[in-house]
Design a protein around this ligand. Structure first.
Ligand SMILES: [Ca+2]
Length: 340
């Protein structure tokens, strides 16, 4: 009881005397090594009652102070970063579902805070933590819709850590999926973890969500996630959370920039590229999926590459002849499809 009272006093003094501060951990784009944004993480001085942020947030939640604590940390996170954040960079803010339900969260002070700081809504990603608190997906989806309509983005934290995260991903259709560090640890040595990553990558690409691998601590883990086509990553090997905002560690940057991408399927279409060139590239790509087949109901199968060729040719054959230069036509073709 005494312990609780002292914890309570400490909690309030942390909040009121502004002992809480924010560290920022970079999220890096794995194709280029550019910084994609930062996750804001709560920090406070060493003390006998709260050893790490998780304990502080649990205490706040148990004593009805979570909203207050998250408000302070969110405001600090925006205030301490705004003069450093470029237009292309995003800011990930951890948020409990409970807080998003709270009416006073929706009153728009986040807006006025953003207006003052010059950060746009679509630079803010609410990172949903503590999925166990999402009891009712339908009502939570309505809450998220409210934020989405204002331009905010949504990420699911700790994906792959348990069944509930898969449910959250499919139900909530987030803009970003953060792969839990438990799945990333030693992923280079575990084919099972790589299969799980692959499955999450497929799920996210079907839903148009970006994937961020969290907790990268070794060069081998970083190489493995690049190899698996993960677009973004964060972790100690790339940069530790810090303030002022840290840059990417040399070793991490080197690993990203020197990664051998020669096996990647990519092509640059210039004004002299012909449709034949594009088809050749597709042929090269389908060579990589030689063993994949689509099973039919009657027990027969069609090779996956045949399906890709079929789709390509039928969609494009009326638009192009093989000798056609494609850049201009392709741009028009794609524009037509985007507006549909
Ligand atoms: Ca997080």
């Amino acid at each position: 009881m005494i312990h609780t009272q002292q914890s309570y006093q400490l909690f309030h003094s942390l909040l009121e005397q502004q002992h809480i501060h924010i560290h920022y951990q970079p999220v890096v784009a794995l194709q280029t090594g550019d910084i994609f944004g930062y996750e804001a993480l709560t920090r406070f001085p060493d003390n006998p009652y709260f050893r790490h942020p998780g304990e502080l947030f649990t205490f706040a939640s148990e004593h009805g102070k979570l909203f207050e604590l998250e408000k302070v940390t969110r405001e600090l996170a925006i205030q301490s970063v705004f003069h450093k954040l470029t237009n292309n960079e995003k800011l990930w803010l951890n948020l409990s579902p409970d807080v998003m339900y709270d009416r006073s969260f929706t009153t728009g002070y986040t807006h006025s805070l953003l207006e003052k700081s010059g950060i746009k809504q679509n630079q803010i990603v609410f990172e949903i933590t503590e999925r166990s608190a999402i009891q009712d997906f339908d009502s939570f989806k309505r809450v998220l819709k409210h934020y989405r309509q204002q331009g905010f983005l949504i990420a699911i934290d700790d994906a792959g850590a348990g069944y509930s995260s898969l449910e959250a991903i499919t139900e909530l259709q987030p803009d970003y999926i953060k792969i839990d560090r438990s799945l990333i640890r030693n992923i280079d040595q575990s084919s099972t973890r790589q299969y799980m990553l692959e499955a999450l990558m497929q799920l996210s690409s079907k839903m148009g969500a970006g994937v961020i691998a969290e907790g990268i601590e070794t060069k081998e883990e970083l190489q493995c996630v690049i190899q698996n086509g993960v677009p973004y990553a964060q972790g100690y090997f790339i940069a530790r959370p810090d303030y002022p905002i840290p840059s990417i560690r040399d070793e991490g940057l080197k690993t990203i920039q020197q990664f051998d991408r020669s096996n990647d399927t990519r092509m640059i279409i210039t004004s002299s590229t012909t449709f034949y060139d594009v088809i050749s590239q597709v042929e090269a790509f389908v060579g990589q999926v030689d063993n994949t087949v689509i099973l039919l109901e009657n027990g027969s199968y069609i090779p996956f590459k045949t399906i890709i060729q079929f789709v390509c040719y039928t969609q494009l054959h009326e638009t192009f002849t093989l000798q056609d230069k494609v850049l201009d036509k392709l741009q028009r073709y794609c524009a037509i499809h985007q507006t549909k």
